[in-house]
Design a protein around this ligand. Structure first.
Ligand code: KIV
Ligand code: NA
Length: 277
C-alpha cells in the first residue's frame, strides 16, 4: 500500500479529495487508524487531557509525548505521523525548536511536527523546515495559549481577528508549513483563508471547506467523559461498551463464574495423586 507522503497530500488537495487526520496515542489505536485508511495520524498534546489526566496541555513534557509517539510509530505503515511539540519545548529560540523537533523525528519516529500560534512560531516553523523536518501550523483556538485567549472559545469572530488569522496563515505557509490546522474558527473565515492558501488546511470546528478534518480519538469514539466541544461528533460509544465489559468481568469474578474450565490448566491425574498423598 502506498504510504502517505507530502506529495500524496498535495495531490489530494489538487483533486479536491478530503484528507483525514485523527489523533492517536498508542500502538493499538495506530493499527486501527491505519486499517481505517486515515491519512495523517497526530500524536497530539491533547494526550495531556485525554490520556494522562492533566487539566490542560501545559504540563505535558517532551519525554511523555515521546513515549506515545514511539508506540504510535510501531503501529503505522501507511499514514503520515505528525507529533505535537508541547508547550515550553520550542518557543524560546530557533535552536530549541529545531532540537525538540529533531527528537520527535529521531527518537519518536515522527514524519512531521506541529506547533501552535503565529507570532514567534512563524520563525520557529521556518527554522524547523530549514532543518529538513516538515511542519504543520495550528491557528485559531490554540490550547497552549488558552489563558491568553480568554479560555477555550471560538477565535476569529471579528474582522480584525479574521484578518490576523489570514496573515498568520500566509506567514506560516511562507515559512514552509505544508499544512495548517484551524481550530474553532467560523466556517466563513476558514473558507476565505483556504481559498487564499496553497498549503493544506485541516479543520477542527472550522467548517467543511478545509482540505481535511481532524478529531481527537477519545472524542470521536465516545471515550471522553463529560461535555464535549460543539465541533465534536461522536461516531461510536466506546465508553459504554468498555464499561459494560469491565463490569461484566467484575461480576463474573465475584460470582465465581470466571475463570471457567476452559480457562484453567490441568495436571495429569497420577501427578495429582502423588501430590496429594
Ligand atoms: O492535540 C491535539 O489533539 C490537536 C488537534 C486537536 C489538532 O492539536
Ligand atoms: Na495539540
Amino acid at each position: 500500500e502506498r504510504p502517505v507522503t507530502l506529495t500524496v497530500l498535495a495531490e489530494r488537495k489538487a483533486a479536491g479529495e478530503p484528507v483525514v487526520m485523527v489523533t492517536a496515542y498508542d500502538y493499538p489505536s495506530a493499527l486501527i487508524a491505519d486499517q481505517a485508511g486515515v491519512d495523517l495520524v497526530l500524536v497530539g498534546d491533547s494526550a495531556a487531557n485525554v490520556v494522562l489526566g492533566y487539566d490542560s496541555t501545559i504540563p505535558v513534557s517532551v519525554d511523555e509525548l515521546l513515549v506515545l509517539t514511539k508506540a504510535v510509530r510501531r503501529g503505522l505503515r501507511r499514514a503520515l505521523l505528525v507529533a505535537d511539540l508541547p508547550f515550553g519545548s520550542y518557543e524560546a529560540s530557533d535552536l530549541e525548536a529545531v532540537h525538540t523537533a529533531q527528537r520527535f523525528v529521531k527518537e519518536g519516529g515522527a514524519d512531521a511536527v506541529k506547533l501552535e500560534r503565529g507570532g514567534t512560531s512563524i520563525d520557529r516553523a521556518r527554522a524547523i523546515v530549514a532543518a529538513g523536518i516538515p511542519v504543520v501550523g495550528h491557528l485559531g483556538l490554540t490550547p497552549q495559549a488558552a489563558t491568553a485567549l480568554g479560555g477555550y472559545r471560538v477565535q476569529g469572530r471579528s474582522a480584525d481577528q479574521a484578518e490576523q488569522l489570514l496573515a498568520d496563515a500566509l506567514a506560516l505557509q511562507n515559512a514552509g508549513c505544508f499544512a495548517i490546522v484551524f481550530e474553532a474558527v467560523p466556517a466563513a473565515v476558514t473558507e476565505l483563508i483556504t481559498s487564499r492558501l496553497d498549503c493544506l488546511t485541516i479543520g477542527i470546528g472550522a467548517g467543511s471547506s478545509t482540505d481535511g478534518q481532524v478529531l481527537v480519538w477519545h472524542d470521536l469514539l465516545g471515550i471522553t467523559q463529560g461535555s464535549l466541544a460543539k465541533f465534536v461528533r461522536t461516531f461510536a460509544d466506546v465508553h459504554t461498551e468498555t464499561l459494560r465489559g469491565v463490569t461484566a468481568y467484575a461480576d463474573a469474578v465475584r460470582a465465581r463464574e470466571f475463570p471457567a474450565a476452559e480457562h484453567t490448566y490441568a495436571i495429569p491425574a497420577d501427578e495429582l495423586a502423588d501430590l496429594t498423598t
